[in-house]
Write a protein that binds this ligand. Structure first.
Ligand SMILES: [Zn+2]
Length: 195
């Protein structure tokens, strides 16, 4: 693990209309404090080779980082897409333009880690079960029915696509503790190598 310590400063639309990516090296994940993480990602309209290449990169980066989920936002691509693994036995998958169609009234609290917060995790309460619709990288419709940890994971990733981080969902005391830990780590706004 190493930190390159550089802040991406490329304007979001610098690469042309419809391409809203900032320059982030291939194996790196944006860390908290990076302004891109607070941006709302845009819906994918074209299911092309570029999208498929970005999805592959996202899955590889998640694999290398050993996490359960990674949103495109976290690698500097503001497209509504995230890579995930609902359990350690399952292969990494990608969903595009995910949308929560149904939430349970029952709530659950999970300790959520985040690849943009290094090892600092916070307790977050969310609906216990959700039904999510979206698309695969070829534009075919798909549905995910998730509960427990899996539901917490997909809600966490969809939050990333809306520019919301776990710290904003945590109770004030929990947020204070996490920020104190993060400041001690001193990685605000830096890039983190996935492996
Ligand atoms: Zn995260």
């Amino acid at each position: 693990m190493g930190s390159a310590g550089r802040r991406p400063d490329v304007p979001l639309d610098a690469l042309g209309p419809g391409v809203c990516d900032v320059a982030v090296p291939d194996d790196q994940i944006l860390q908290w404090g990076s302004p891109v993480l607070y941006e709302r990602a845009r819906a994918v309209e074209v299911f092309d080779d570029l999208l498929r290449a970005q999805a592959t990169r996202l899955m590889r980066t998640l694999q290398a980082a050993g996490g359960a989920g990674l949103a495109a936002t976290q690698v500097g691509s503001l497209r509504r897409m995230f890579a995930f693994r609902l359990s350690p036995e399952q292969p990494i998958d990608v969903i595009v333009n995910p949308r929560i169609r149904r939430r349970s009234d029952e709530l659950s609290t999970f300790i959520e880690g985040c690849l943009s917060f290094n090892s600092v995790a916070v307790a977050v309460q969310r609906p216990h079960a959700v039904q999510v619709s979206g698309f695969d990288v070829d534009g075919n419709a798909r549905e995910l029915a998730c509960e427990g940890f899996a539901a917490s994971l997909v809600q966490h990733e969809i939050d990333h696509l809306d520019g919301i981080l776990t710290l904003q969902r945590a109770e004030p005391a929990e947020r204070y503790r996490a920020v104190t830990e993060l400041l001690a780590l001193g990685r605000d706004g830096a890039l983190q190598t996935a492996a």
